[in-house]
Design a protein around this ligand. Structure first.
Ligand SMILES: NC(=O)c1ccc[n+]([C@@H]2O[C@H](COP(=O)([O-])OP(=O)(O)OC[C@H]3O[C@@H](n4cnc5c(N)ncnc54)[C@H](OP(=O)(O)O)[C@@H]3O)[C@@H](O)[C@H]2O)c1
Length: 268
């Protein structure tokens, strides 16, 4: 089969098509004919050798590497009780992506049965492959880590992105009031997803435009993450989807609780 592989780390030109054997499913796994593979920021981080992650916590990438964790396709062989040949499935495979076997940028991939769900008939493979990692990330924050109450206000930073647009919808589903922060071209899209208020970060200073939110879902993070801290009420919460520097300096901000890494020593 053909697979897109990395034999060295770097920019997109290191991605190349190689002929490789079709992988063999192990017990408890299936072999999938890939119809679509999702592309997520971690694929880019792997390609560059995780240089955006502080050295102290940087994972190693084993080469050659076939990227891709999100997949949608059809089961063509099964060694699991859950799935049969012909089943249409989608899922997030073996995260974090450190090993080599059965990755999604290929004509076929293997998958642990438990990493898959049945693809709903109402969405095609391309849309299904775009869902798993970003939707699961948003779900994990809003349902497991920092679930908002129905009367609370949630600010989603990066609201039009892969994780952010699911976070907006899930927060609305929980009954929260949602402030969406994104660039102006996404205003209608986010209103259509149910956002109650829109702030264009390219033309407004979010930290002065918004006050007293109960929960900040920050999908942007990074070395300037602390600039958004003034929007959170004392005692509020932060769901840091990507590591950010949230050190801040005002004592009221220190009363916030945060889920996710705060990191001060940024390599870039
Ligand atoms: N995708 C995943 O499954 C996943 C899982 C775990 C963690 N993460 C992490 O979560 C982060 C977001 O991932 P994603 O897939 O949602 O990325 P994405 O689709 O590229 O979205 C990122 C969004 O960030 C916005 N943005 C950039 N600079 C901004 C700023 N200064 N202020 C406000 N918004 C800004 C952009 O908004 P505009 O387009 O409106 O300018 C863009 O829509 C990444 O760091 C990623 O590593 C992602």
């Amino acid at each position: 089969m053909k697979a897109i592989q990395l034999h060295e780390l770097g920019e997109p030109d290191v991605l190349a098509i190689h002929e490789v054997p079709i992988p063999e499913p192990a017990p408890g796994e299936v072999l999938i004919k890939v119809h679509a593979a999702g592309v997520n920021p971690p694929d880019l981080y792997v390609r560059r050798g995780f240089v955006n992650i502080p050295r102290e916590i940087r994972p190693q990438v084993q080469l050659p590497h076939t990227p891709g964790t999100d997949v949608s396709g059809v089961v063509v062989a099964s060694r699991s009780a859950e799935w049969r040949e012909g089943d249409e499935v989608f899922g997030l495979l073996r995260f974090p992506p450190t090993g080599q076997k059965g990755r999604a940028y290929a004509e076929y991939t293997t998958a642990p049965a438990a990493d898959l769900a049945r693809k709903p008939a109402g969405i095609d493979h391309v849309r299904a492959a775009a869902v798993p990692m970003s939707a699961l990330t948003a779900y994990q924050y809003l349902f497991d880590h920092v679930r908002p109450a129905a009367d609370q206000t949630v600010l989603v930073n990066g609201a039009a992105g892969g994780v952010g647009h699911f976070a907006v919808q899930l927060a609305k589903h929980l009954g929260a009031s949602v402030i969406a922060v994104a660039s102006g071209r996404h205003e209608q899209f986010l209103a259509g997803l149910g956002a109650d208020r829109f702030v264009d970060y390219t033309s407004q200073d979010v930290a002065t435009a918004v006050k007293d939110v109960d929960l900040l879902i920050d999908t942007v993070g990074g070395p300037h993450a602390h600039r958004l801290l003034p929007v959170v009420r004392p005692g509020g919460r932060i769901g840091a989807v990507f590591p950010g520097d949230y050190r801040g300096s005002r004592s009221s901000w220190r009363r916030c609780t945060r889920t996710g890494r705060s990191w001060a020593s940024w390599p870039i």
